[in-house]
Design a protein around this ligand. Sequence first.
Ligand code: SPV
Ligand code: MN
Length: 624
Amino acid sequence: MNDTMKILEQALTDANFRKLLAIPNRRVHNFVAEAIQLCEPMKVFICNDSKMDTEYIRRTAIARGEETPLANPYHTVHFDGFHDQARDKESTVYLVPEGDSLGEQLTQMNRDKGLEIVQKRLKGSMDNKKMVVRFFCLGPLDSHFSVPVVQITDSFYVAHSEDLLYRRGYDYFRRLPDDKEIFWMLHSSGKLMHSVSTDWKKRGVMIDYKDNSVYSMNTQYAGNTIGLKKLALRLAIRKANREGWLAEHMFLMAVHGPSGRKTYFTGAYPSGCGKTSTSMVRGNTIVGDDLAYLRIMDGKVRAVNVERGIFGIIRSVTQKDDPVIWDLLHSNQPAIFSNVLITEDEGVRWLDDGSELPESGTNFSGEWFPGKVDRNGEEIPYANKNARYTIGLEGLANLDPALEDPRGVEVGGIIYGGRDRDTWVPVQESLDWNHGVITMGASLESETTAATLGPSGVRKFQPFSNLDFISIPLGKYIQNHLDFVKTADQVPPIFAVNYFLRDENDNFITDKLDKTVWLKWMELRAHGEVGAIETPTGYIPFYEDLKELFRCHLDKDYTSEEYDTQFTVRVPELLEKIGRIEKTYSKTVNDTPLLLFDLLDEQRSRLLQAQKELGDCILPSSFV
Ligand code: SPV
Ligand code: MN
């Protein structure tokens, strides 16, 4: 018997050994054996996705105090540590082999050095704990898009969350070809006190792309721990680049057009900028809210949802604005809430949920009361701004039937959107694919939000809403986008949206629900059914078309004054933006495609020409 088998036989009970060995892939056996040797768990649980096994995971998450049950028997609450309630960008590091470099925009360290840290931090990390081994599939099962993933964790909360968010893959692994590429995820929460990681100062996510492995240590927040989510996205971006497809931080939804027509859109918005709420807009259907894979098949761009659930921001979810999510969160569908307030009657509350302020409860800081302050004297809110809900999509009333289609759906349009107070109009269409990739995707900027640690509200470069996850030199990633459609017969239009435009008094000048109309307009544009006004930065809507759509879909009288304010082309801001983007690429990105500078330069010339003729703030009608 070889070493791997010896380790497994010793560490696993007979039943667990049999469950693992039913998967014939030796690489799987080796990965589990190595993790056992490193993390030294007291016990190992191999999950075969049976009802008994998945129930065991949920029950154990509760029994160990990682989740607290609520009055609704299908609901639980999980608290991350006080300092651990958002993605930690600074401690997320690519391990780069000698001689390789990912460019200045990405955080990286020498691979050997990084692996030494991993070994040190994970050594004995599961002492006295149980290791869970799970098997999943990214994208629909048995599809051209499928990517199998092994997840090892000592957090039953992580294993439980993944059960709601991803496609179970134990049986899929049993029939995998031996040489199929697999992603490997190893997570340990490390030492715990009251179910919270105590060594959060030594937390980290290390991405060993050479071996398709990711290590997550001393952290619990799902964005840092759930291997299938952003950790796998980083590996998928590399795989996609090698193979000529796209792995993106995008929702996937069907916008319903006239006469029952459905047109599928993907949309890339940075975290906390309306991605989930857009994919949920009333009158349409959702395939996914966060991650999409896009491939060319039979000459068309097709896409799938990588996931099958939502890990969504709960702040501001209200009955009025988000009825579908609201109803699901008040139903008997399973849900895990994180970093919310547990009320005395075992319900939950979150910020801006449309009710009176609560007077007491339990939150991430323990017993909570109004006016409670932290060590620095800062008031502790009753729930975290980045508090979340975890649900499966199957309970949603607006779920699109294409979710599990192994061929995915045909993409009719692609949207980029950021949190931008002063530059972009609410919706516009690019002049063509390259123009969209460069001036919208690669030029995206957005103000930071509570989804990542650090200050909020700071304008940051956020290309493709994917900068936090891009794992290859940025220039290469852009070139892959430019090349992606070269073999396509039909190229979807690219759009940019901005829900966060403000006036000179800092007031928002669009309403939360206006995105309903922008989506319907883009759907019509994708079929060439409405005209548009050509401006220096792209095509914008005609007033009459929007007026009709506002009346029809929001029962609102949309005035020409509103239109003029929202769609005024702000030339100085647009010129400044080009300057910032050019500088970022020329100073910090080595391998920027030259086309980027050419297209930005052309855009600048068009803007300067318009400025000369029409001034700084140009009404849409001036371009007609
Ligand atoms: C995001 O922050 O973009 C999310 C949640 O979708 S996380 O899992 O933290 O990435
Ligand atoms: Mn996301």
